[in-house]
Design a binder for this molecule. Structure first.
Ligand SMILES: Nc1ncnc2c1ncn2[C@@H]1O[C@H](COP(=O)(O)OP(=O)(O)OP(=O)(O)O)[C@@H](O)[C@H]1O
Length: 306
């Protein structure tokens, strides 16, 4: 069942069309990822789902309410981590967690959450005295402290160190296991691949693709590359003639065969019938990174994710 329904969402700022016409359904209990180039409209979409911005056209429903019009219900149901938390500098970590917990009926233990995010020794520190990464971890804690039905996490771990990133991933998974539906924006492919059940790829204000991480990889045109050292001469023309083989390259004593997934077995079969052993065989499947780049190819925006 969809807990978030976005229909025909459009948002313009003067002449700038931030979101063009977006339809999305996010199922209850899902971790749903939003990917896309800088300026594609991801934050605007998340802010619309949070009810923080008024759509120019279209509708947003979160558990049956309009989050822009019904602010009271939205605040008690949705936790939001924005790129700019905009907290008062003279609020301590503990005070901020207590304040945000007070918006919800059944909040988690804020200090325990702070501990899990490595902020245990910063409980009495002012927000303004935290480092950028610490402020970001606090923003994640504030989004999750209410055990909200829906958590919206924008640029989840951008700028966090690898250990903190893994802690955040565990927390996000734990929140989902406790029933929170999560929408996250990220530029980090390993993060999206590990966490997300489905991904919407947003490009120039529209949904360019929507699938599971594996589905996106499979549907992209990014190829598989087989690389091996043959122990005997290979008839390269016969290899090139196989269906699904796009290219055969000789790299010193190694051969690289660029092919679609289905052709891999045909290549191995031909080698076997020719009595050639493919030594040190490596098959590099296309990654989500490559799928992303092939799906947004042609975008006027040159910027790509890290
Ligand atoms: N308040 C605003 N006023 C004017 N233009 C805006 C405003 N907010 C966003 N935009 C424009 O709308 C477009 C989409 O912005 P948005 O922040 O949604 O992109 P994004 O996909 O989140 O980008 P990023 O990955 O860089 O965070 C951009 O062209 C941006 O300049």
């Amino acid at each position: 069942m969809a807990i978030i329904e976005v229909r025909g969402l459009r948002k313009t700022y003067g002449d700038v069309v931030a979101v063009d016409h977006i339809d999305l359904d996010v199922g209850e209990g899902e971790i749903f990822g939003i990917l896309g180039p800088n300026g594609a409209g991801k934050t605007t979409t998340v802010e619309s789902i949070a009810g923080l911005t008024r759509p120019t056209a279209g509708t947003v429903s979160v558990a049956g309410i309009d989050p822009y019009l019904d602010r009271v219900a939205a605040t008690s149901m949705i936790g939001v981590q924005l790129q700019q938390a905009g907290l008062q500098g003279k609020l301590t970590v503990k005070e901020a967690l207590e304040l945000f917990a007070s918006f919800y009926d059944d909040p988690a233990d804020g200090l325990e959450l702070a501990e899990q995010l490595g902020l245990g020794d910063k409980r009495d520190a002012y927000y303004s005295a935290l480092s950028g990464g610490q402020q970001q971890r606090l923003a994640i804690a504030l989004a999750l402290v209410g055990r909200p039905r829906v958590a919206l996490l924008d640029e989840l771990t951008t700028g966090l160190d690898p250990a903190s990133r893994r802690n955040v991933w565990k927390l996000v998974e734990a929140a989902r296991d406790q029933g929170t539906t999560i929408v996250l924006v990220s530029h980090l492919m390993p993060e999206v691949q590990r966490l997300c059940d489905r991904i919407a790829l947003i490009d120039r204000g529209r949904v360019a693709a929507l699938d599971t991480p594996a589905g996106l990889v499979a549907s992209s045109s990014a190829p598989t590359v087989m690389s091996f050292t043959p122990d005997a001469p290979v008839d390269l023309e016969r290899l090139r003639a196989l269906e699904g083989v796009a290219e055969v390259r000789q790299r010193a004593e190694r051969l690289e065969v660029v092919a679609d997934d289905a052709a891999v077995l045909a290549v191995l079969d031909l080698l076997s019938r020719s009595d050639v052993r493919p030594e040190k065989l490596r098959v590099t499947q296309s990654t989500l990174d490559e799928a992303y780049l092939s799906l947004v190819a042609g975008s006027e925006n040159e910027e790509a994710p890290a």
